[in-house]
Design a protein around this ligand. Structure first.
Ligand SMILES: *Cc1c(COP(=O)(O)O)cnc(C)c1O
Length: 340
């Protein structure tokens, strides 16, 4: 039985062409700033988003945590959605690494609005933590891959500017968002003081994330990365995969989105599915009619060779990616239809 792994878009394997690029990479000691492939990747990404500089890091958790550490001081406060990855899935890193508190907003499908943020920017009063950062996630993972309305992002940016607050983007799946909202990458990136993007999600690289910002910001971030043990030496082998991913795997994301839409349509017609969170990108969140049966359905899908993950009470997540082709989607559609 073949396995169709829909647990996450992190399960992709490097393709033969990506492996060739990695094998052939020119490398040097990146802690000395001498790895030509790392430097090329950083320049490519910075230019792509119209930012001054970029920093290659081991993971999206690392790029987010470095950014937070540069922006905030102990006792400060970060405003984000209550399901934000930076809060929920980074091992308590905000408290541990930066000694900051967090103001969690309810929002809608992982997204927050300018009017909600405005209520929680603290006035200058000794009782309150000092608000020091606002962080958004686009697409929003816990929102089932929901995409921000770019007009809302602009309103949040305006508010941040009024209060001299930096705005960070956890853009682990930013390329998925840009494929849908159609906004020019530079125009989009101009709204943020720092951006984290993942090369190891839908773009299909085995390892790596990039942090983007001004020269001064990245200079500081490089120091924080070293202190967190993230300085890598001949990292060009990994950067080559990231560069290959940026040059070859961005355009094809719309295929993943089409596959996810097909799954949504098929699932919505199943007797055991109550509904799916409206699919916008490559994430499908199934809300079951019978919440108690969640683990049983995950098990039954697994028995048919389809791997999925639990996504909270009564919910199962499927994620499409470059390892999933139309034949696999057809098989999943057929299989979920036969399940009762
Ligand atoms: C995957 C992900 C990250 C980073 O995760 P790593 O596994 O540390 O690379 C950050 N934010 C979101 C929304 C993610 O989905």
């Amino acid at each position: 039985m073949t396995t169709i792994d829909l647990r996450s878009d992190t399960v992709t394997m490097p393709t033969p062409a990506m492996r060739d690029a990695m094998f052939a990479a020119e490398v040097g000691d990146d802690v000395f700033g001498e790895d030509p492939t790392v430097n090329r990747l950083q320049e490519f990404a910075a230019n792509y988003f119209g930012k001054e500089a970029a920093l290659f890091c081991s993971s999206g958790t690392q790029t987010n945590q470095i950014a937070i550490n540069v922006h905030v001081k102990p006792g400060g406060e970060v405003i984000c959605h209550e399901d934000a990855h930076i809060y929920k899935y980074e091992g308590g890193g905000i408290a541990k690494n930066s000694g900051a508190s967090v103001r969690l907003l309810r929002g809608n499908r992982g997204r927050i609005t300018a009017s909600e943020v405005a209520q929680w920017i603290m006035p200058d009063d000794v009782h309150f933590p000092v608000t020091q950062l606002v962080s958004l996630e686009d697409t929003a993972n816990r929102g089932g891959g929901a995409v921000y309305d770019f007009e809302e992002i602009k309103r949040i940016k305006q508010l941040c500017e009024q209060h001299q607050l930096p705005l960070h983007l956890d853009g682990a799946r930013l390329f998925n968002a840009l494929a849908v909202n159609g906004v020019d990458p530079k125009t989009y990136a101009a709204q943020f003081d720092s951006i984290s993007i993942c090369l190891s999600k839908g773009l299909g690289a085995p390892v790596g994330s990039l942090l983007l910002g001004t020269n001064a910001f990245i200079h500081h971030a490089r120091r924080v990365r070293k202190a967190m043990g993230g300085g890598m030496r001949q990292a060009g082998f990994l950067a080559a995969a990231g560069l290959y991913a940026l040059e070859n795997n961005v355009q094809r994301l719309s295929i993943d989105h089409d596959h996810a839409k097909q799954l949504e349509t098929a699932l919505n017609a199943c007797s055991w599915v109550d509904h799916c969170l409206g699919v916008e990108t490559n994430i499908v969140v199934i809300v079951l009619k019978n919440a108690d049966q969640r683990d049983a359905y995950i098990q039954r899908l697994a028995e048919k060779g389809i791997k999925t993950v639990a996504f909270g009470p009564g919910m199962i997540r499927m994620v499409t990616h470059l390892g999933i082709d139309q034949a696999a989607i057809d098989y999943v559609k057929q299989t979920v239809h036969e399940l009762v």
